[in-house]
Design a protein around this ligand. Structure first.
Ligand SMILES: Cc1cc2nc3c(=O)[nH]c(=O)nc-3n(C[C@H](O)[C@H](O)[C@H](O)COP(=O)(O)OP(=O)(O)OC[C@H]3O[C@@H](n4cnc5c(N)ncnc54)[C@H](O)[C@@H]3O)c2cc1C
Ligand SMILES: NC(=O)c1ccc[n+]([C@@H]2O[C@H](COP(=O)([O-])OP(=O)(O)OC[C@H]3O[C@@H](n4cnc5c(N)ncnc54)[C@H](O)[C@@H]3O)[C@@H](O)[C@H]2O)c1
Ligand SMILES: O=C1O[C@H]([C@@H](O)CO)C(O)=C1O
Length: 492
């Protein structure tokens, strides 16, 4: 280890490795080297640590994408003494999805805890603990978020006052939870948001003494946290403005099936409703929610899951996409500023197969964008990122649950739908456009072989016989009909 760390190197900050001028210098001692020109950047480091302001590669944000990016740096032998991760959190990158799944199991049902789910275990990779970063010569600055950025001088300032000069910069600041305004009770004790481990710990602590739980928002967080509350046998209500849950993805009919299942587990729904105010009891803790229609819902614990916003600050000057928010990048994750990249939730990237700019707030993209970006940075790869959207959720997974729920979706949820099955135990939904092309496919409780068919279908978008699909007698039958339509693509 630390061979690179023992040397000083010069390289072009704006170029890809093909044009790098990497120079080893003798002496091995720590020296701060001069910048020879605007375009070249020098770093000096000693074995065991970085000793000056200069960093060759800096990743800002220590979340899901950062963990996978670090792995790719290591795979290329380019991490040791060269890579610095600046993190707001006190722990190394972890698989954020666990926070509303295994993390929220009640204490007697073996909840997931760190270091169990550090990246990259969620995709079957190595568990990268704090030790792993040390062993691989990666500097991680914990609990020291970047607060200022100067693109001209290529410097970052952290909250503790550190000034870091970077050669190449990867922005992976992710999203933050949208909040209810303080003036309507959005900050009362007992009101929770969930984005990081500290948030999840606070929620677990509230669930331990909760009696009535109110979940605000019927999206991913709402569905996952409401199901988790069932595991604690808590009186649980979900309130949201739309007429069905998961409006971003589910059709009304698919949503109804999940709503029925939640109701069988005792969850109550209040649809088409907005919060007017969260009220505090005499102890100052949240005690109820007043809805816009004047009705009142009692609750001692409130979880707000009303969406997330990309964290672009302090990098606004790099270029924010006006439509979808986030830092705009090209198909190689390069921003408009040479040497600066953005990945994960915060990146507004060309979603090639649908010819639109998108931000994807799901972990599969965080992992793949990180890998693709670092490959681009470290090799001569120029292949455009060609992402197939993939979302999933798992709920009611805790031991003793009467029914585990596990669904996956691939593609685009556009066009008309055909739906088959009703938790028997499977459900499948197919999205088909006006040219009879299969655009998106959803499957609940498939086998691994069935799940593996979904990306093939969504990627190749075969022409399907809608009437035949509608006449399918089971989910298995429908999947076979869809599978056979792949031959039409193969034969074109
Ligand atoms: C509770 C929860 C459950 C989820 N479950 C699923 C799921 O089941 N399936 C799925 O596909 N997706 C899921 N997601 C979404 C998935 O976790 C995200 O898409 C993924 O984490 C994005 O990775 P990222 O690195 O872009 O952002 P993040 O993982 O959010 O990491 C960003 C990091 O940057 C840090 N940061 C922000 N600003 C600064 C700064 N100025 N300086 C330094 N650090 C900074 C943040 O503190 C954070 O650590 C879930 C998200 C949440 C919140
Ligand atoms: N399985 C997964 O992929 C998964 C799981 C958890 C979280 N996440 C990610 O975490 C982030 C946050 O998730 P989320 O569930 O908060 O977002 P979401 O966008 O999935 O759902 C937000 C929900 O809140 C509702 N809403 C919006 N404004 C509201 C308001 N003022 N009052 C009441 N309801 C309101 C929306 O209509 C929607 O139903 C997202 O990026 C999401 O992708 C993903
Ligand atoms: O992708 C994921 O990673 C975590 C967990 O599998 C890590 O062990 C989780 O719950 C996911 O859905």
């Amino acid at each position: 280890m630390a061979s690179a760390a023992a040397a000083a190197q010069c390289f072009s900050s704006y170029s890809t490795p093909a044009t790098w001028a990497l120079r080893q210098r003798g002496g091995g001692g720590a020296r701060v080297l001069q910048f020879s020109s605007r375009r070249s950047f020098c770093v000096s480091a000693t074995a065991g640590g970085f000793d000056n302001q200069n960093r060759e590669y800096v990743i800002v944000g220590g979340g899901n994408a950062a963990g996978y990016a670090a792995r790719t740096f290591v795979e290329h032998g380019m991490a040791d003494g060269r890579l610095c991760i600046v993190s707001k959190e006190p722990v190394p990158p972890y698989e954020r999805p666990a926070l509303t799944k295994g993390y929220l199991f009640p204490p007697e049902k073996k909840p997931a805890r760190l270091p169990g789910f550090h990246t990259c275990v969620g995709s079957g990779g190595q568990r990268q603990t704090a030790e792993w970063y040390k062993e691989n010569g990666i500097e991680v600055l914990y609990e020291d978020p970047v607060v200022a950025f100067d693109g001209k001088t290529q410097t970052l300032k952290t909250s503790s006052g550190k000034i870091l000069k970077y050669g190449s910069l990867i922005i992976s600041t992710g999203c933050e939870a949208s909040r209810l305004p303080e003036k309507i009770g959005g900050k009362l004790p007992g009101v929770h948001y969930i984005r990081d481990v500290a948030d999840a710990d606070a929620l677990v602590s509230s669930l331990g003494s909760a009696k009535k739980v109110l979940v605000i928002g019927g999206g991913y967080i709402g569905m996952e946290v409401a199901a988790a509350a069932c595991g604690w046998n808590l009186d649980t209500t979900i309130v949201f403005p739309e007429d069905h849950i998961m409006p971003r993805l589910f059709t009304p009919s698919l949503a109804k099936k999940y709503e029925d299942l939640y109701q069988q587990n005792g969850v109550k729904f209040i649809k088409g409703a907005l919060i007017d105010k969260l009220e505090a009891g005499s102890d100052g803790r949240v005690s109820s929610a007043l809805l816009k229609d004047g009705s009142v819902v009692e609750a001692d614990t409130v979880i707000v899951g009303i969406g997330a916003k990309p964290v672009v600050g302090p990098f606004e000057a790099v270029g924010v996409n006006p439509k979808v928010g986030g830092i705009e990048v090209d198909s190689l994750f390069r921003t408009s500023v040479p040497g600066i990249f953005a990945i994960g939730d915060v990146a507004a990237f060309p979603l090639k197969m649908y010819n639109r700019i998108a931000r994807v707030e799901h972990v599969d993209h965080a992992r793949k964008s990180a890998h693709h970006c670092v490959e681009t940075l470290l090799t001569s790869q120029t292949k455009a990122y060609d992402y197939l959207p993939y979302f999933y959720s798992r709920v009611f997974e805790y031991e003793g649950s009467s029914r585990k729920v596990w669904w996956q979706f691939y593609g685009d949820n556009v066009g008309e739908t055909v739906e088959v099955g009703n938790f028997d135990p499977k459900i499948a939904t197919f999205w088909i456009d006006s040219d009879s092309r299969l655009k998106g496919v959803f499957l609940e409780s498939g086998t691994s072989e069935e799940f593996s068919l979904l990306p093939q279908l969504a990627k190749s978008q075969p022409i399907v016989d809608k009437l035949k699909l509608q006449s399918a007698t089971s989910v298995e039958d429908a999947l076979e009909i869809a599978r056979s339509s792949l031959q039409s693509v193969a034969s074109v």
